[in-house]
Design a protein around this ligand. Sequence first.
Ligand SMILES: NC(=O)c1ccc[n+]([C@@H]2O[C@H](COP(=O)([O-])OP(=O)(O)OC[C@H]3O[C@@H](n4cnc5c(N)ncnc54)[C@H](O)[C@@H]3O)[C@@H](O)[C@H]2O)c1
Length: 271
Amino acid sequence: MGFLDGKVALVTGGGSGIGRAVVDLYVREGAKVGILEISPEKARDLQEKLPRDVVVVTQGDATSMRDNERAVADVTDAFGSLTTLVCAVGVFDYFTEIPQLPKDKISEAFDQLFAVNVKSNLLSVKAALDQLIENRGQVILTISNAGFYAGGGGPLYVSSKFAVRGLVTELAYELSPHVRVNGVAPGGTITDLRGIPALANEGQSLKDVPDIEGLIKGINPLGVVAQPDDHSWAYAFLAAKERAPAVTGTIIHSDGGLGVRGMTRMAGLEP
Ligand SMILES: NC(=O)c1ccc[n+]([C@@H]2O[C@H](COP(=O)([O-])OP(=O)(O)OC[C@H]3O[C@@H](n4cnc5c(N)ncnc54)[C@H](O)[C@@H]3O)[C@@H](O)[C@H]2O)c1
């Protein structure tokens, strides 16, 4: 018996990284899964590697209402319903701080980054809403350490993740008592997370940042260098309504303890 038997999920951005780890775990634990993924290569890989009787892939853009509606229709046509929406799309600003943000690119960069990191969540929830309400379902959004602390990106990325945190709070309120809405806030994780065209870093991938493992390990108390799989059980817990019927409006931190770094050790003092 799987932990998620009977669940039917839609995972946006399920083609790589954290979203892909969620897809793989959900399938292993008995869920049926639809995926909305923009990259044709990643969509093809999903189709080739995962069993067609439990996975349906929609290649499309989570910032488009039509593509979200198409993905919801693909899941419900294939599996009869939709109980769980996981939003795991995202793009990064590669730590571009305000002094380095080109004046003539801020507006475009804001639109591109907020479209993927924030607007897509609203569109995905809206597209899935009738199903989620009908099935007393759940929404799981992806925040980040950047939704809580400074320096996990530049001002564009950090403010976008604070906005997603706001969506968890507001949507949990608006959709009670029918739909539970929660989030997961991963810390630094080795993935393919990309930049954006307006900052000319859309070809950059987090996994190619020099000494990314050392950077991540050095800043969290547990000294973990997280891989996508390390977060996926947090998404499974939040999807399992029977195990967490009273949990809504909350965010699971999966970041090696960034909130408990403390001051003495940061200052190089022995406790
Ligand atoms: N990697 C980290 O260190 C880290 C830390 C905290 C939070 N996050 C968040 O985790 C989420 C997943 O990112 P990841 O690190 O796994 O990166 P990733 O690039 O491996 O995964 C994101 C996936 O979303 C897809 N995608 C991007 N834009 C899309 C769109 N408009 N429509 C549909 N699909 C789209 C990408 O092709 C990719 O498959 C993001 O929200 C990211 O901000 C990442």
